[in-house]
Design a protein around this ligand. Structure first.
Ligand code: HEC
Length: 223
């Protein structure tokens, strides 16, 4: 009698085979360093960028935008270098996304100046008549809540001290509120006067967008 006529033995043997296969292909690689590459170029988010990332999640931008450039000729031509595993070392949770209603954003950092983002977030339709992206101008009317920023960076293990976080917030605030800030005019157009000297949710989400892919662009430039 062959094994096919012994259902219990067959089930036990096939379970064992599948188990060995799973351990070999899933669990063992989890502990091999080469499957978790680390790049000295990829830096954690600053406290303000992290706040922007949280707003991105809160608003569900990832329902329309992916953050994975696939290694396909058409995508690399459109967006730039394809996404590498080490880029996501500080992303918890990942925001790779699956719906591509809007363009991929993994290489958006540095593609446009901040001024472009202020105008686009205020009214995507003013720039692209047929865009179905909702307007987010109201974000510039909300003061950025940084009361939990330090806690967030410590839970994620970014290794910042409380004063690092304070410095990051202060330096971002002085950058965007400076008289010499290159995108001052478009920022002032969307930001109400009482918040123009403060950080808004809009400032944070733009800081986050400008970080996306920037480390990899620097890495490519240094090659
Ligand atoms: C309903 C789907 C939808 C949602 C939600 C959405 N977007 Fe978009 N987004 C689009 C579409 C479509 C485009 C392309 C047309 C345009 O630029 O407006 C786009 C374009 C963009 C661009 C320009 C990309 C480029 O390479 O030119 C950025 C940046 C962007 N979105 C950021 C965001 C952010 C940040 C959020 C969340 C606050 C968001 N989007 C939410 C659909 C969406």
């Amino acid at each position: 009698m062959g094994i096919n006529s012994k259902p219990v033995v067959f089930a036990v043997i096939s379970a064992a085979v599948i188990l060995v296969g799973t351990v070999a292909t899933v669990f063992i690689p989890l502990f091999i360093p080469s499957t978790q590459p680390v790049s000295p170029y990829v830096k954690p988010y600053t406290a303000v960028e992290l706040e922007g990332r949280d707003i991105y999640i809160r608003e569900g931008c990832n329902n329309c935008h992916t953050q994975t450039v696939r290694p396909l000729r058409t995508e690399v031509l459109r967006y730039g270098e394809y996404s590498k595993p080490e880029e996501f070392a500080y992303d918890r949770p990942f925001l790779w996304g699956s719906r591509r209603t809007g363009p991929d954003l993994n290489r958006i950092g540095g593609k446009y100046p901040d001024s472009w983002h202020y105008s686009h977030m205020q009214s995507p339709q003013r720039l692209f008549q047929k865009s179905n992206m909702p307007p987010y101008g109201w974000m510039a009317k909300n003061r950025l809540d940084t009361s939990n920023s330090f806690k967030k960076t410590s839970i994620l293990g970014y290794g910042y001290t409380e004063s690092d976080v304070k410095n990051q917030i202060d330096s971002c605030r002085s950058r965007v509120t400076a008289e010499s800030y290159a995108s001052k005019e478009s920022r002032n157009q969307v930001t109400p006067p009482e918040l123009q000297k403060d950080l808004t949710e809009m400032d944070a989400i733009i800081a986050y967008l400008q970080k996306l892919g920037r480390d990899v662009k620097n890495m490519e430039a240094a090659k």
